[in-house]
Design a protein around this ligand. Structure first.
Ligand SMILES: [Fe+2]
Ligand SMILES: [Fe+2]
Length: 220
């Protein structure tokens, strides 16, 4: 497996761009989201094994939101949260991200901290406050065994439950330092297996329906 090294991230520059995006989010969401996609894509490219991850996760999330009948305003909040869901991974030691062997408990803690790190890094942007809930809860499990707070079922904000499914599917179908990408079918089986424990079963059901519809369209 080829190792992917990251490039240096200019955090000051990213924060400067984010503050401009945050300020324009309400008056011109279309442009702000376009700029945010560029920032999300740029961050992904600089973190090993992540190229395109946030964008793909966001697109999956928006498809689910359409099926759920989200309003335009709700979709903006979800889109911001999905684009920035792993913002806290900036600055994680690259040796941990690239480690092919099992992680130690300290290293695992370092990874899990990305949730609260991202939350606090972005907490100063009042305009992103609703999206922060999604960032904070995208690793909560439906049965209450996730992190950071061990929230369960409906206590997990809906946008967090949506991102969780989209995120897991994209992560499973992408290569990682410690494993090759799963096939789409294997990832679907894993979503089904963890439906009701890790994931909200209603969201899994919608996501699998959307994947099947996409497959059908592609076969035509
Ligand atoms: Fe994450
Ligand atoms: Fe992610």
């Amino acid at each position: 497996m080829k190792k992917q090294r990251s490039q240096k991230i200019n955090l000051d520059e990213i924060i400067r761009c984010l503050s401009i995006v945050a300020q324009t989010l309400h008056e011109n969401p279309k442009q702000a989201l376009k700029d945010l996609r560029n920032i999300g894509g740029e961050i992904d490219r600089k973190i090993p094994y992540r190229d395109g991850h946030s964008i793909r996760v966001t697109d999956y999330c928006l498809n689910i939101a359409d099926d759920l009948g989200f309003s335009e305003k709700e979709k903006v909040v979800l889109e911001v949260a999905a684009l920035l869901h792993d913002f806290g991974k900036i600055g994680i030691d690259e040796n941990i991200l690239l480690k092919p062997e099992a992680l130690t408990s300290d290293e695992r803690n370092e990874i899990t901290m990305h949730v609260m790190r991202g939350y606090y890094m972005l907490a100063g942007f009042n305009e992103l406050i609703e999206a922060l809930e999604g960032i904070k809860t995208h690793h909560e499990y439906y049965d209450g065994s996730g992190y950071p707070e061990g929230l369960a079922k409906g206590d997990i904000p809906l946008i967090g439950r949506i991102i969780a499914v989209a995120d897991a599917f994209d992560a499973m179908t992408s290569e990682r330092p410690y494993r090759k990408a799963l096939t789409k079918q294997a990832a679907i089986e894993e979503l089904k297996r963890a439906s009701g424990s890790q994931f909200d079963p209603a969201i899994v059901k919608i996501f699998l329906k959307l994947l099947a519809q996409k497959d059908k369209r592609n076969r035509k």
